[in-house]
Structure formats: structure tokens, C-alpha cells
Design a binder for this molecule. Structure first.
Ligand code: FDM
Length: 210
């Protein structure tokens, strides 16, 4: 039996990630596929609660320490991810290690240092990067209240995402989707890009940057 596909959706705030993941999820359900949505940070765990307090500016945590907590928050989900994939369930994952590097590096932490704690995580079969300019994002109703939701930061993060893509390694499939267009167009592009994965993937799950 083919294992489930591991699909990660990345992008800036207001790029439509949540809407598009929900749409792809519904599409897969309508096709009778086994599919689960996960998201990082997972704010429900003990580590996730520390991250949540940090993002809401209720706690101050050193930049290095919070970076490691974001990574630990992924590692604590690895057994669940592997189990779902082995059972043949497709995973739609909202943010992953790529956000981890892009956000921390944009604060000035060394790029390679940021990458290290995530080396060896399950590698996604595809990363969809929903690209939207910070200006369009701002037009969509502005950013929220959380720590990183500011135009200057989002601009720097977008630049860092390009570096993250370029360090992806040979096997990583990274698709850029122009998310500055109408919702339905973006939805169609995403469906087309992911369609080949709907029936699962042959071969073992690879490890990120390992
Ligand atoms: N973020 C997210 C990081 O800084 N590092 C990470 O590893 C991850 C997964 O946390 F601003 C940032 C990105 C974003 C915030 O927001 C989480 P959402 O709205 O829960 O995606």
C-alpha cells in the first residue's frame, strides 16, 4: 500500500493559507481520501503554550530559545506524522520548518544555526509556498495583533523564504503559487499541483536536509 503524502503549505500572514488548506481538505474528503490537517506551531502542547504566550507578547523569550521551542514543537509531533503517513493518510500541514528558519533568520539569527535543529524531520513530499506581496497582504485587511504581524517583518521574512527554498536540497519539491489572485484561481492551481499525490506516495519518507 502506498503511504500518505506529506504536503506542507507555507506563506506569509494573509496569504490565504488557512482558507486554501480547508478547501484542499474538503476536496480530498469529497474524493473519499483519508486526510488530516495539522499546523505548526501546535499551541495545544506544553511547549506550544509557551510559544503561544510568546506570540501574544505575554512572555519574553530569548530569540535562540524560542527558535528551539518552535523546532521542539515539531519534533514532538514526528511519531504522529509518521504513523498517519504509514496508515495511508495524507497530511496537510500549515507551516513547518521553513517558517521556523525564515522567521528566526529575519530577526538576525545565523541562517545555518536556524536550520540545524530541524535537520532530520520528516521531509514533505511537496511544499506549496503561497506567495503574496506584503502590500497585498496589508490590503486584505491588515495584520493581526501577534508579535510578527507587522509589514516590515513580513517583508524580511519573504526574502528569507527565498533563501530557505534555495537550501531545500535535491529532493525537496517547492512550488510557488501566486496567492495574490482570486481564491478560486489559487484553489485550482493548488489542486493541479498536488493531484499526483492524492493516491499516495511510493517509497519511504525522506528526512529533511539529512
Ligand atoms: N513561526 C511559526 C515561527 O516564528 N517559527 C516557526 O517555526 C513557526 C512554525 O509563528 F508568525 C511564526 C510564524 C507566525 C507565528 O502564526 C504563528 P500562525 O498564525 O499560528 O500560523
Amino acid at each position: 500500500m502506498a503511504r500518505g503524502a506529506f504536503i506542507v503549505i507555507e506563506g506569509l500572514d494573509r496569504s490565504g493559507k488557512t482558507t486554501q488548506i480547508a478547501a484542499l481538505y474538503e476536496h480530498l474528503i469529497s474524493l473519499g481520501k483519508k486526510v488530516e490537517q495539522i499546523k505548526f506551531p501546535d499551541r495545544t502542547t506544553a511547549i506550544g503554550k509557551m510559544i503561544d504566550a510568546y506570540l501574544k507578547s505575554q512572555a519574553d523569550i530569548d530569540d535562540h530559545a524560542i527558535h528551539l521551542l518552535f523546532s521542539a514543537n515539531r519534533w514532538e509531533s514526528v511519531s504522529k506524522i509518521l504513523k498517519l503517513l504509514e496508515e495511508g493518510t495524507t497530511i496537510l500541514c500549515d507551516r513547518y520548518a521553513f517558517s521556523g528558519i525564515a522567521f528566526s533568520a529575519s530577526k538576525g539569527l545565523p541562517f545555518d544555526w536556524c536550520k540545524t535543529p530541524d535537520v532530520g524531520l520528516p521531509e514533505p513530499d511537496m511544499v506549496l509556498f503561497l506567495d503574496v506581496s506584503p502590500e497585498v497582504a496589508q490590503e486584505r485587511g491588515g495584520y493581526g495583533e501577534e508579535r510578527y504581524e507587522k509589514e516590515e517583518m513580513q517583508k524580511r521574512v519573504r526574502e528569507e523564504f527565498v533563501r530557505v527554498r534555495d537550501c531545500g536540497g535535491r529532493s525537496l519539491r517547492w512550488e510557488v503559487v501566486n496567492a495574490g489572485r482570486a481564491k478560486d484561481q489559487v484553489e485550482l492551481d493548488i489542486r493541479n499541483a498536488t493531484q499526483a499525490l492524492f493516491n499516495g506516495v511510493e517509497g519511504p519518507i525522506r528526512r529533511l536536509w539529512a
